[in-house]
Design a binder for this molecule. Structure first.
Ligand code: BGC
Length: 443
């Protein structure tokens, strides 16, 4: 394969970096912000990782941090809006200081010719709404619509919007497995929450289309390359069910294909939460989709959980390369995902809206030699190039993430940033991978 060069990618390919509000901003109770489910979840005594909710202090350092994006030769910045910074209770009164903050973040990006790509929901539901049932309450459609309507009118210069970040992650981990906020478990929470997220995904798209007719509208999906443990038919079918759950569940209804009932019987229990007209309401013609790939899953048949009857064999037991969260590192799995998502007729354009690796980065004599991350990025970009050569509609790449931040239920240990953060002092240091990317983008 030819040398990896920026100039070998399409001229209009977008090169960016991605963050999210809760993982990066800090200032969780400053200037009128209301509490979110993650403030509650991490302050609970059962939460394993000491957390001061200050994350990476972006709320106070955004001007310098955005300048660092420019310094790295990146031209797009994906970040999310914290719903409870705008509406402290999720609905009702707005918070002028929170609104001013996002205006200034957008303005700072624009001053530096960095395109803001804004995600409306990256998992930090206002706690007040969770007290009313959160995603399990169908009223979320009107709460969310009100929030989307407000943001897209208020921040009307934004040209790229994403409605949800990885619905399967926040619904699966937060309302089925209970390991993310709000910590709810079981199908009785999962099914209504999932259906309401599907409806919000499409409704959000429609509201943006009305308020910002010239904007590009997308939403993002997590995805995993799923393979069976072996060729035993039971395991092959188990892999199909996991694939349907992780890779098809939220995109197919948006494309008018409905939920993937063909993969597993029993999923139609979700129809208990349907109202007349929901099939049509789940559909929206997104201008683009974002895909976010981190790891491969090897699946096998199991009795539990019900309906799914499948489970994952941990990568740490499979003698494969893992990151420091124990996930299998396999950049070429991204190719399979790009192929899979490109093959849907209704998918107009794909952005890799997140890609990255967490390592035990350490500062040694003032330097962070994260060779593994450089290798990971290179392999990911080679895979992307191969997919582009096949004609897949990939339009851009966003590295996850800018600065080491708060990695949800795993606390501060997994470092995904291009920039090292000393969480005690908030001092930033460019990693070698950042410098590699900086020079690659000039090549
Ligand atoms: C999420 C990020 C997260 C990253 C790494 C993605 O699923 O969108 O918030 O930090 O994965 O785990």
């Amino acid at each position: 394969m030819a040398a990896l060069r920026r100039s070998k990618f399409p001229k209009d390919f977008i090169w960016g970096v991605a963050t999210s509000a809760y993982q990066t901003e800090g200032a969780h109770n400053k200037d009128g912000k209301g509490p979110s489910i993650w403030d509650t979840f991490t302050n609970n005594s059962h939460f394993k990782h000491p957390h001061n909710n200050e994350a990476t202090d972006f709320y106070n350092t955004y001007k310098e941090d955005i300048l660092k994006i420019k310094h790295l030769n990146l031209t797009a910045f994906r970040f999310s809006i914290s719903w409870s910074r705008i509406f402290p209770d999720g609905i009702g009164d707005t918070n002028p200081k929170g609104i001013a903050f996002y205006h200034d973040v957008i303005k700072t990006c624009e001053e530096h010719h960095i395109e803001p790509w804004v995600t409306l929901y990256h998992w930090d539901l206002p706690q007040h709404l969770e007290n009313l049932g959160g995603w399990t309450n169908r009223d979320i459609i009107s709460w969310f619509s009100n929030y989307v309507d407000f943001c897209t009118k208020e921040f009307s210069t934004v040209k790229h919007w994403m409605v949800l970040n990885e619905p399967m992650s926040f619904i699966g981990l937060g309302y089925f497995m209970g390991i993310h906020a709000p910590g709810k478990k079981g199908l009785k929470h999962f099914l209504p929450a999932a259906h309401h997220a599907t409806l919000c995904q499409a409704e959000g798209g429609r509201i943006i289309r009305k308020n910002c007719p010239n904007a590009q509208i997308g939403t993002t999906f997590s995805c995993s390359y799923v393979t069976p443990k072996n060729r035993l038919i039971l395991n092959v079918r188990a892999a199909k069910r996991i694939d349907a759950l992780l890779n098809r569940f939220f995109i197919e209804p948006a494309l008018g294909l409905g939920y993937p009932y063909d993969a597993f019987l029993g999923l139609n229990r979700i129809e208990k939460f349907f109202k007349p007209g929901d099939e049509q309401r789940m559909v929206f013609d997104f201008d683009f989709i974002g895909i976010q790939y981190y790891f491969r899953i090897v699946a096998e048949h199991r009795i539990l959980p019900l309906i799914l009857h499948a489970g994952e064999i941990p990568a740490t037991k499979r003698n494969v390369k893992v990151n420091n969260m124990g996930m299998e590192v396999l950049p070429k799995g991204l190719y399979k995902m790009l192929k899979k998502f490109s093959s849907y007729k209704g998918v107009n354009a794909i952005y890799i809206t997140e890609s990255g690796i967490c390592l035990d980065d350490e500062i040694i004599k003032g330097k962070i030699k994260d060779r593994e991350r450089i290798k990971y990025i290179k392999n990911t970009l080679k895979t992307t190039q191969k997919a582009l050569n096949k004609g897949f509609k990939i339009r851009g790449f966003f590295h996850w993430t800018l600065i080491d931040n708060f990695e949800w239920a795993d606390g501060y240990r997994p470092r995904f940033g291009l920039i090292y953060n000393d969480f005690k002092t908030q001092k930033r240091t460019f990693k070698q991978s950042a410098l590699w990317l900086q020079s690659f983008l000039k090549s």
